[in-house]
Design a protein around this ligand. Sequence first.
Ligand SMILES: O=C(O)CC1=CCC(=O)O1
Length: 96
Amino acid sequence: MALYAVRMDVAIPDDVDPAVRAETIATEKAYSQALQRGGEWVHIWRIVGQYSNISVFDVADNERLHEILWGLPLFKWMTVDVTPLAGHPSDVAFGG
Ligand SMILES: O=C(O)CC1=CCC(=O)O1
């Protein structure tokens, strides 16, 4: 498995129909929570004061992360920044 930190910045256009906006956000929540329950979406944290989050994914490979991100209902209104993660030699969890 491979770990990634992903920052998602959301910018829903002002002219999006409010019903479409609400439905897309609800669908996004369900999509995210299914992946959290499945163990691939490990953390989701709100960035204080912004319509943004930092999430941690534990997925098989780049292709799987790509598939997940492209499947996000809000993807078309997001900027996504992906950082691959490796164990740190000073982390006691890795015997450092
Ligand atoms: O609100 C956000 O940060 C966007 C988002 C990603 C998953 C989710 O449920 O909301």
